[in-house]
Ligand binder design. Structure first.
Ligand code: NAD
Ligand code: UDP
Length: 311
């Protein structure tokens, strides 16, 4: 197959390109590097089946030749990034999704949207099944991301229903692993880099809020299965094992052997208090569940960041 990946130079997009190429597909990666890095794709530069196009996908996407699949991953994803880039985040979720869907429709390609657990907002139902409609503040600072993704889901379903496009929606829960930017502001990269540099670990609030962390290889496996075997209904992909953010900080200190202190900082506005995917649907429809426990995934991620911090 020939597959286009938007956001290819990002954390998840680059792992997805690797996986699709390993399966023997031809891949066209598109990115404007707003939060991604050329380094994430450097190893693919001379790969005969990989082509890179520098492009902002909020503008018309032109591509010669046939196409079988579109994975729409372009979007700032870290809260720090989308708070700094609110308009770009809204544009890539709305205009960018429209352009990516339009390309898929023109080529009769299958389309997969990278959506997010943020569509559930600060959830009142726990854990979150796909049937939960969410609890989102549209005008709060996180609204730029949450509502862009909710719009993108609605647009994807509209193309599915009215243009009969073959579509998928994956709701991704907190994912971590190599190629996260050391300064992208997400909790796993922050804590590891802080621990390795002997800086205090910045715990927002009292650290009692929870997240459920999925290792990147598990996530990519789930997404590829969804693309190949799934249907148009939204599907949660994430690791259902839930931790408090304080537990994460303590585990990072233990695994790095760091003596950094933990310091409390103000909790960001509308920071969800709990988050845990209900993956019943992915288990049943895709035979998928995560395999890498947090401790193992953190060891691999710490090894990656050690290389960066030492460099
Ligand atoms: P990332 O910031 O590392 O990657 C996003 C990529 O999209 C970057 O390379 C960026 O330059 C590119 N991009 C942004 N706007 C663009 C535009 N207008 N045109 C072209 N390229 C553009 O983030 P990530 O963690 O890899 O996230 C990838 C996708 O997965 C996002 O859509 C995100 O919302 C979704 N997601 C990620 C997570 C997670 O835990 N990592 C969780 C939920 C959802
Ligand atoms: N967080 C933290 N310290 C940090 C960065 C984040 O305590 O240095 C907290 C944040 O407030 C949230 C959780 O960790 O409760 C996960 O944050 P992240 O930015 O990774 O993603 P989110 O799940 O909020 O989208």
């Amino acid at each position: 197959m020939r597959i286009l990946v938007t956001g290819a130079a990002g954390f998840l997009g680059s792992h997805l390109c690797d996986r699709l190429l390993a399966q023997g597909h031809r891949v066209v990666g598109v990115d404007n590097f707003i939060t991604g890095a050329p380094a994430n794709l450097a190893h693919l530069k001379s790969h005969r089946d990989f082509q890179f196009v520098l492009h902002d996908v909020t503008n018309f996407i032109e591509l010669q030749g046939p196409l079988d699949g579109v994975f729409h991953f372009a979007s700032p994803a870290s809260p720090v990034d989308y708070l700094e880039l609110p308009i770009q985040t809204l544009k890539v979720g709305s205009l960018g999704s429209h352009k990516a869907l339009g390309l898929a429709k023109a080529k009769r390609a299958r389309f997969l949207l990278a959506s997010t657990s943020e569509v559930y907002g600060d959830p009142l139902v726990h854990p979150q099944p796909e049937s939960y409609w969410g609890h989102v503040n549209p005008v709060g600072p996180r609204g730029v991301y949450d509502e862009a993704k909710r719009f993108a889901e609605a647009m994807t379903m509209a193309y599915h229903r009215y243009h009969d496009l073959d579509t998928r929606i994956v709701r991704i829960f907190n994912t971590y692993g190599p190629r996260m930017r050391p300064n992208d502001g997400r909790v796993v990269s922050n804590f590891i880099v802080q621990a390795l540099q002997g800086q205090p670990l910045t715990l927002y609030g009292d650290g009692s809020q929870t997240r459920s962390f999925c290792y990147v290889d598990d996530l990519i496996e789930g997404i590829v299965r969804l693309f190949e075997q799934g249907d148009a209904e939204p599907t949660n992909i994430g690791n259902p094992k839930e931790f408090t953010v304080r537990q994460l900080a303590e585990l990072v200190l233990q695994l790095t052997g760091s003596r950094s202190p933990i310091v409390e900082r103000p909790l960001p506005v509308d920071d969800p208090k709990v988050r845990q995917p209900d993956i019943t649907r992915a288990r049943a429809a895709l035979g998928w569940e995560p395999r890498v426990p947090l401790e193992e995934g953190l060891r691999r991620t710490i090894a990656y960041f050690r290389g960066l911090v030492a460099a």
